[in-house]
Design a binder for this molecule. Structure first.
Ligand SMILES: *[C@@H]1O[C@H](CO)[C@@H](O)[C@H](O)[C@H]1NC(C)=O
Length: 423
């Protein structure tokens, strides 16, 4: 059905609605985006499983074919899977994490959740039970004064085929079937109405994580329309012309920021932010860079991040410089850095670059501090940053918590030892 909010969004697109009806009064978000800097962490691997974040959950299945949350539900006893999930949801992130995140001077958490927390289609083996934890997370965030970005990390059919979309497949199917997109629209409506009256805590909703825009226009055209639909669904959650104060966060679909120039910009569009993810570990040339080149590459991004026309948040990034973390490229898949990834050329041994910080040399830890500072300084040229991730079972180089504990992340994120590292 063509709802009023779709109509509003469509008319806004063509500039047909009068400004008093739509879009021209700036919204009043729960955080001063564009003025205050977003500093946060992703609560990855909690309500959406990722084998590399919690390898123990996958190892405990004793089944090498269980590589994502889909197969976690499909290829083992359902009750076994459910009880493993339940104890994971109860323990991976708790209220004390929210206390620690706030105490570390951070102001945001980004919380990935899959569509299957809301609705499971026939033939889909996902196990439900995540939703009460989303509610708990929001109330804990409120207690500790943190803002939450609710991030729909997996949509029906998968938007990228990554294990972190729920279903690791060779080519994404979300975009090729309008039922998948309609189901996603409905879930965004549900999320938007859950939190429309609580923008001071859930300040942002992100309609889809990392759609595979590199697969060309068959993907990008669907993404662009879905983002129009999502604007209507998130900014007009009441089924009337009344606007919410909830900000929409659009992932750039791996396109250069210039691709999105002028897209959903004020004055006709209000409360839209762009999310870009910056990693330096997912190609051969990335993992071949020297430590100094990694720092320089981060610093060099300042001007493009600074000049974008929407609020711009670096919603995922990490101080890691190798892809050595176990299962990072998928369960059972090796690493480019040590040459065990198909088609890669060995750069060096992974020993001492991943796993427990107790194995890291002091010069590596000093480098992690420098790279962390180079990135946060640069990403604050945009509107801020959200590190991936707060907790990782066995890859401390990625973990904000381990960085705090081992000194390469400062207790106060504005307290810099290398303030001129990019000068
Ligand atoms: C489209 O996806 C839905 C699930 O979202 C599925 O039930 C349906 O069979 C798919 N249609 C086609 C033509 O693949």
């Amino acid at each position: 059905m063509y709802s009023l909010r779709h109509l509003a969004a469509a008319l806004a697109l063509f500039g047909l609605l009068s400004p008093s009806v739509l879009g021209d009064t700036p919204i009043n978000p729960g955080f001063n985006y564009g003025t205050d800097k977003v500093r946060g962490v992703n609560l990855g691997g909690w309500l959406v499983l990722e084998p590399w974040i919690t390898p123990s959950l996958f190892d405990a299945t004793g089944n090498d074919d269980i590589v994502d949350e889909w197969t976690f539900g499909e290829l083992q006893d359902r009750n076994t899977a459910l009880s493993a999930l339940q104890s994971h949801w109860d323990s991976w992130i708790t209220e004390s994490d929210f206390a620690d995140i706030a105490a570390a001077g951070l102001n945001h958490v980004r919380l990935p959740i899959g569509y299957w927390a809301f609705e499971v289609g026939s033939g889909e083996p996902y196990i439900q039970g995540q939703l009460p934890y989303l509610q708990k997370a929001v109330s804990w965030a409120e207690t500790y004064g943190l803002k939450v970005i609710v991030d729909l990390h997996g949509v029906p059919g998968s938007q990228n085929g990554f294990d972190n979309s729920g279903h690791r497949i060779s080519f994404p199917e979300w975009q090729s079937n309008s039922t998948n997109v309609q189901r996603s629209d409905n879930i965004i409506k549900t999320i938007a109405s859950m939190f429309a009256n609580n923008p001071n805590v859930v300040s942002i909703i992100a309609p889809v994580n990392e759609p595979a825009g590199y697969d060309g226009d068959q993907m990008l055209s669907v993404v662009r329309q879905y983002y129009y639909d999502s604007y209507g669904n998130i900014r007009f959650p009441y089924g009337t012309s009344q606007e919410s104060n909830t900000v929409v966060l659009l992932h750039d679909a791996f396109q250069p920021l210039s691709y999105w120039s002028g897209y959903q910009t004020p004055p006709n569009w209000q409360g839209v932010a762009m999310d870009t993810h910056i990693y330096q570990v997912f190609s051969q040339s990335d993992v071949e860079m020297s430590q100094q080149q990694h720092i320089q590459t981060a610093c060099n991004m300042a001007s493009s991040l600074d000049s974008f026309d929407l609020w711009l948040i670096v919603g995922e990034w990490s101080p890691a410089i190798t892809d050595c973390a176990e299962s990072l490229n998928g369960r059972g898949v090796g690493s480019r850095y040590d040459g065990t990834y198909p088609g890669s050329t060995k750069v060096g041994s992974c020993t001492g670059f991943t796993g427990s910080a107790s194995t890291f040399s002091s010069s590596y830890k000093t480098f992690l501090r420098q790279f962390w500072e180079a990135q946060t300084i640069t990403y604050e040229k945009a509107d801020g940053w959200i590190q991936w991730a707060w907790k990782i079972e066995n890859a401390d180089e990625w973990s904000y918590q381990a960085g705090l504990a081992n000194g390469w992340i400062p207790e106060d994120p504005t307290n810099r030892e290398y303030p001129n590292i990019c000068d």
